[in-house]
Structure formats: C-alpha cells, structure tokens
Ligand binder design. Structure first.
Ligand code: NDP
Ligand SMILES: O=C(O)C1=N[C@H](C(=O)O)C[C@H](O)C1
Length: 247
C-alpha cells in the first residue's frame, strides 16, 4: 500500500515514516512537511495519507485528500463537532473515500478511555488530568476531550447524578475546563511526552486509571492498523477503537 505522510519531519510523523518503511505491506511514497508541496501526495500515487501536523492546517490537508480520492488517517488533534461536520460534508461528495480521525493511536490510551467509561457510572466523582510536553498547541488534549465525552455519555446513559462540587469562589481555571460536566485539567511540563489520569471517587475509596506514552513509537502500531483498515471503511470514523476487536 502506497502511503504519504504529512508532518513527516515532526516528532510523531518521523516515527510514522520509519514504521511505514519498516512494514512489509506499506511503502512510503511521499514525506511532506511545512513548506513542501502537498501535490506530491497525488503525483506519488499515495493511496492513504497519514497526517500528524497542526490543528491550523489539517483541514486544508483533508480537503485536498478527499478531493483527490485519497484515504486519510489523522492523528492531528483540535477536532470539534463543526470540523467533523465539515469532513462529513466533503465526504458526501466522495463516497468511496475513508477518513479516520483518532485522538490517540496508542492501544494503552484507547483501553484507558474504555476503562474510564466503564468505571464512570460506578463513582460519584470523575475528573481527568492530562499531562503533556509544553510544545503542544491544543488544550485540553484530544484524548482528554474524548475521554471526558465518553465518561459523560456513560453517566448520562446510566442516569448518574451531577458530580458533587461545593466550589463557590476561586481563581479562573482552578477547577479546569468543563467538558459536558466533566472537569479536565491540563499540565504542560518539559520532559513529559503524553500522559493521562482519570481519577474516580466514591465514599471511602478512589480509583485512578493512568496511561503513559513514554515514547512516540507507542502511536505507530495503531497508525499502521488505521492505514491497513481505512480503505474498507468509507466515510468518517472517529476513534481507532472502531477498527479494533475490543468487545
Ligand atoms: N492521535 C495521536 O495518537 C497523536 C496525536 N498527536 C497530535 O499530532 C499533531 C502533531 O504532533 P507532534 O508530532 O508532536 O508535532 P510536531 O510539531 O513535532 O510535528 C508537526 C510537524 O508538522 C509540520 N507541519 C506544520 N504545518 C505543516 C503543513 N502545512 N504541511 C506539512 N507539515 C506541516 C511541522 O513543521 P514545523 O515544525 O516547521 O511547523 C512539524 O514538522 C498534534 O496535533 C498532536 O496533538 C500527537 C501524538 C499522538
Ligand atoms: O500532542 C501530543 O503530544 C499528543 N496529542 C494527542 C492528544 O492531544 O490527545 C495524543 C497524545 O496525547 C499526544
């Protein structure tokens, strides 16, 4: 399979290029970074493009891919509902094209999100703490946002009561961001890669679910799974878990 990588000289993109070159069934045909011409993705015959760039540019890349009939596997974060709606509009005109947007490609992070959603209705309180390197553009992380959405959905479905919080005065931001009623806190600390804790509490007990990406190679097996699967899944898919046999 012919693969192009956008963000090829970036921290994750460089690892993705190595993984694509190392795998027997994938061939790196275009490695594109800032300042390069995206047209080379099409002229090189890329069948799938992997994007690990920046929230400011990813939508232009995806419009290009969809218009050229190229499937896309997207790790770049910063997607909200309006961006996903825009992708679905573009994809309606290219029904054969598949786009996978995944806030996290590491299997441990996907399981951490799943475990958090399973546990959430059993506890009075649930908060998310994400910890990342300080070069990250978006906050909260895409993973934390998605985790909070999954927790909120699980609690809604279970009919859980709102979480207790007596805070009546405090500095702006001290209680984190509110994602559908779930508090999300972000740390940006030199030396970190990508980490997250989900802290759950009930009377007399807490449960902490923690995941650590210690090296960006943690993302590449999931990216390759996405590359191998996307052609068989036209339209928009959000989350790599849809291509894994988790149930
Ligand atoms: N889904 C997942 O599993 C993961 C997602 N991410 C996300 O992936 C994205 C990238 O992360 P990371 O690798 O750490 O970031 P980096 O800044 O290390 O890499 C991004 C690369 O993209 C390049 N770039 C910027 N604009 C363009 C453009 N228009 N065309 C092509 N390349 C461009 C940058 O160049 P320059 O530096 O010159 O601007 C840089 O080389 C972020 O949104 C991050 O949140 C990260 C890890 C895992
Ligand atoms: O920017 C990063 O580094 C990461 N971004 C993704 C996110 O926003 O969730 C995935 C992972 O946390 C690393």
């Amino acid at each position: 399979m012919k693969v192009g990588v956008l963000g090829a000289r970036g921290k994750v993109g460089a690892e993705v290029c190595h993984a694509v070159e190392a795998a027997a069934d994938t061939e790196l045909v275009a490695a594109v970074d800032a300042g390069d011409d995206v047209e080379q993705l099409a002229t090189a015959g890329a069948q799938v493009v992997v994007d690990f760039t920046h929230p400011d540019v990813v939508m232009d890349h995806l419009r290009f891919c969809i218009e050229h009939g190229i499937h896309a596997v997207v790790g770049t974060t910063g997607f909200d509902r309006s961006r996903l709606d825009q992708l679905e509009t573009w994809l309606a005109d290219a029904p054969e094209v598949g786009v996978l947007v995944a806030p996290n490609f590491s299997i441990g992070a996907i399981l951490m999100m799943r475990f958090a959603a399973v546990a959430a209705p059993f506890f009075e309180s649930v908060e998310v703490v994400e910890l990342h390197h300080p070069d990250k553009a978006d906050a909260p992380s895409g993973t934390a946002q998605r985790t909070a959405e999954m927790i909120a959905a699980a609690r809604r479905e279970a009919g859980s009561a709102p979480m207790p919080d007596a805070t009546s005065t405090g500095l702006d931001g001290a209680r984190g961001a509110d994602v559908e009623g779930v508090r999300v806190h972000g740390l940006r600390v030199r030396g970190l890669v990508a980490h997250q804790e989900v802290v759950l509490g009930a009377a007399g007990e807490t449960l902490t679910i923690r995941h650590d990406s210690l090296d960006r190679v943690s993302f590449t097996p999931g990216v390759l799974t996405g590359v191998r699967s996307i052609a068989a899944h036209p339209g928009l898919t959000v989350g790599l878990e849809h291509f894994l046999d988790l149930d």
